[in-house]
Design a protein around this ligand. Structure first.
Ligand code: FAD
Length: 379
């Protein structure tokens, strides 16, 4: 049986960034992806925002990897010609009762090491976003946008150039401990009827996104459960896109479920509204029971009163791999950090679980951490 150094399960942005970091260090790195191309799930169904790191508790992995990932991502995009733009963004207080929270976010961001933060008044907000209603805003310089598809492609292409092997249309179906190694059973092909084949790997990285809990369970580890939370978008019709100049956010969801339904002017100069946040049953359900545009318009109007339901058309959706279950949140906060850890029983397996937002931004920084964890296994 073929023996390799590392198998990365999942070719999303995190799996591909990790594969690149590993391929720079080791031979025999394999990335296994069940779908025809890298990045077809959450990694291409997001807002494409390069976040700054203002939202997350100081010292959390989300804060650390977002702040470092932000810098690494701009460097990577510049070095490899990935379409991106440093736009900055505003988080808007719509009335005076929200300004204290805005100031708290500003302090949290500064404590996390985010530079270029300032509170601006109504007049400055009007100059930046004339059609947005608000009494004050937190202005953040380091936020930007990136083509997430091009980013994933570049990580995957460079990983392969550095010697990694990318197996698409290949699903990891079983995992078995095999002495110091892990035997990885895979089934290749579109219809799933091909025979299972196995390799033995000295180290396995579980970067399976929404399915990371199921991949962990293949080794008997049922410690995590992922709750899918769908985020839907609408697009603002071209004739009304002038209403938004850049990236405009409300204050985040009070229970930490999302950053709030926001406006994103994309690299194509279209404007998106969203994403919403709703727990769903099925991890593959992107479309059923979508929110009506009237509901999008109702929320959008809180920030941009001139938006009408007729200005919005339904666009794509994405699904967050949440670790926090539905229902009331203890203490009112539904924060769960990224999980990046060796398996308790099989330390040659490294799990990445709950890699929701800001996972796109954080990917190159997460890759560095995983690379260190792999080095502890391979030496
Ligand atoms: C609505 C929404 C908006 C977001 N906006 C932003 C944003 O603006 N900025 C930001 O930084 N982050 C954002 N995020 C978060 C970001 O998109 C994710 O954190 C990131 O894409 C996660 O990447 P991943 O590689 O971990 O997962 P994925 O992209 O889900 O990749 C996992 C891969 O594993 C594969 N896989 C699973 N099981 C198997 C198996 N058994 N065998 C083989 N392959 C398997 C899957 O097919 C998939 O391709 C957003 C997320 C959502 C849902």
């Amino acid at each position: 049986m073929e023996r390799v150094n590392v198998v990365v399960v999942g070719a999303g942005v995190v799996g591909c960034a990790t594969a690149l970091a590993l391929a720079r260090r080791y031979s025999d790195v394999f990335v296994v992806e069940q779908l025809p191309r890298p990045g077809m799930l959450t990694s291409s169904r997001n807002s494409g925002v390069i976040h700054s790191g203002v939202y997350y508790p100081t010292g959390s992995l989300k804060a650390r990897h977002c702040v470092r990932g932000n810098r690494l991502l701009y460097e990577f995009c510049a070095a490899h010609g990935i379409p991106h733009r440093r736009t900055g963004k505003v988080i808007v207080a719509t009335d005076a009762s929200e300004t204290a929270e805005l100031e708290a976010l500003c302090r949290l961001g500064a404590a996390n090491g985010v530079e270029g933060l300032r509170i601006i008044d109504r007049a400055a907000l009007q100059r930046r976003e004339p059609h947005v209603r608000g009494v004050a805003a937190l202005e953040i310089d380091s936020t930007g946008i990136v083509s997430s598809e091009e980013l994933v492609k570049a990580f995957a292409r460079l990983a392969v150039q550095h010697g990694a092997s990318l197996l698409t249309h290949t699903r990891v179906t079983r995992l078995e401990p095999a002495g110091e190694a892990i035997r990885v059973w895979m089934r290749t092909g579109e219809d799933g009827t091909a025979a299972e084949e196995a390799v033995e790997t000295r180290c396995l990285v579980n970067s399976a996104g929404l399915f990371a809990d199921e991949v962990a369970a293949l080794l008997g580890n049922t410690r995590w459960r992922i709750y899918p939370v769908r985020g839907e978008y609408c697009e603002v019709v071209r004739s009304k896109a002038y209403l938004i100049a850049g990236l405009v956010y409300p204050l985040p969801h009070p229970e930490g479920l999302s950053l709030g339904v926001h406006f994103t002017r994309t690299l194509h100069d279209t404007v998106l509204v969203g994403p919403t946040a709703r727990y769903i049953e099925d991890k593959n359900d992107y479309e059923r029971d979508r929110e009506p545009v009237e509901e999008f318009a109702r929320r959008a109007k809180l920030l941009v009163p001139a938006i009408e339901p007729g200005d919005l058309t339904p666009a794509y959706s994405g699904i967050r791999p949440k670790l926090v279950p539905p229902g009331p949140k203890p203490g009112g906060k539904g924060f769960a950090d990224f999980v990046i850890t060796p398996d308790a029983q099989f330390p040659q397996v490294i799990h990445l679980v709950g890699i929701e937002s800001p996972g796109l931004t954080a990917a190159p920084s997460i890759a560095e951490q995983v690379s260190e964890l792999v080095a502890a296994v391979l030496g």
